[in-house]
Design a protein around this ligand. Sequence first.
Ligand code: ADP
Ligand code: MG
Length: 613
Amino acid sequence: MSESTVQKHNFDADVKQVLDIVVNALYTDKEVFIRELVSNASDALEKIRHTQLQESEIFDDSLELEVNIQTDDTANTLTIQDFGIGMDENDLTENLGTIARSGSKAFMQALKEKGDAAEVIGQFGVGFYSVFMVAESVKVYTRSWKPDAKGYLWSSDGSGAYTIEEVEGQRRGTKIIITLKEDDKEFAKEERVKGIIQRYSSYVQYPVNLNGEKLNTVQAIWTRNKSEITDEEYQEFYKFQANAWDDARFWLHFSADAPIDIKSLLFVPTDNPEKMGFMHADHDVALYCKKILIDRKPDGLLPEWMRFVKGVVDSADIPLNISRESMQDSQLVQKIGKVITGRFIKFLSEKAKKDPEAYTDFWQNFAHYIKEGITSDFENKEKLSKLIRYESSLTETGKLTSLDDYISRCKEEQKEIYYLLGNSREVIENGPYLEVFKSNNIEVLYLYEGVDEFVMSHIGEYEGKKLVSADSEGLELDASAAQSGEKLSDEDAGSLVEWLKTTLGERVSDVKVSSRLTDNPAIVLNKDKMMTANMRRIMKAMNQDMPQETPVQLEINPAHALVKKLSTLKDSEPEIAGLVAEQMLDNCRMNAGVLEDTQGMVNRIYTLLEKLG
Ligand code: ADP
Ligand code: MG
């Protein structure tokens, strides 16, 4: 091979950073590189099997679908070869020169937060680069399945650059020859490598041979009888199938014959894959037909919100040669998806009953998927509603309640379920909206995230009871019994209301005397149950056309000292009374989270203070 055909490329910046970490900073769990390379080999075999079903002409079509591994402790090398799909020149630069999936920034942040390299490497699609933890140099010989493709050699020592050159006489697939660093010679020893493969790769669906000896007995654990499978086996399979480093938190293993033949094994991870917020997990329940993989990550099998679930679904009813495209509109696949979704929701409900503590922990880590399901999976909305949990005015801090439990505690004649959104328990309990519920001994759910309000409005009604925000107007609730001290006379209250309407003008849509307040002088209420203060804020943030300040409905407490004072002040000192009224309104708007013009409010307070002096 003449030198002129050797092309030198630089890794892109992301890869350089990842390599730098991998080579210089990762010393623990070095053995993960074997798992990563075997997993890539197995992916490549799955891809060729799929391609074989769809293409008529495949290079080296008769090769066995297997992974061959060789150790050589004299030459200090480890070789991993698959007869998979192979790579052409373009694939090589794209796949082994760049990081497509999530970028090195996210990778590094995850590494910082997790501190566990092994877990993070697999998750971020940088598995291949883990070879440089142990490699002095790496040679990748590869030949694509495409009939007219050429063979290539990719080589690198992991520092900044790699070369690609054409080579003759390649078989289909990929052969990776790793020359080990002095300190990592152990990976050229058969016994060491054997242990690693048996530990991590025993569920690979293709034969894995080490120096000619087959190591894995291909097992489709999901087709076996539940009673014969140990928890360790389930955990091991989970780790293999999901490429995971955490344990499964729980799993559902079930089979059905009618109306469709299904065998399924679904896992809920311990860690939420989206916890750190920068990754949207892919669907990860693989579809099989009689132990043969149809699609590793089928789209359209399960609803989007179930993307945190890992595992397999096997159905003998699916045609083997179904294409990825036609799968999405296959009625059968949809039916299978429905059965599985239903069973999975039922499984979670049962878990919640049988083991509330485990369920609560699940909820604390995975709630956002369930909430997403309620707002997007119309068919399962009701069942999913049973799974939500919130704190409430009757729970202790940190303890959660379900809608069913709420109903079991409330009086039968109570027609509505109440909730209130606020940043924390303290904020909600110190605000003015809870008073009337407290004095009537009615439970209010505490919602701490904006999305919860959408969830509530999507549920709409639960077991015949409407879900209503506790800051709505017109609730048939009365706290007058709890109002202490003398109240304004009806006449004085009436004239104060009229005066407030004139004074506050367009800033209020209406002013009323309230019977729901005890400790606070006034409150603004939500007229439109579908457009709460929070939703207004969200829409504003999304840059929707929202009027600068929408008029609010103000209610005043006729028993409150400030209100009584205002009633006389409006005649004796109209100017100050006007400022006080404005200030009271702004305080209420602030409580409701809809105060926009804070500077105006601050200036007004200064004016008021000056007047006092
Ligand atoms: P991931 O496997 O998560 O995509 P890797 O860093 O392990 O990330 O591999 C990067 C890409 O390189 C793979 O997606 C694949 O396209 C390609 N690749 C790696 N190993 C092989 C192989 N043995 N055969 C074919 N392609 C491979
Ligand atoms: Mg990989």
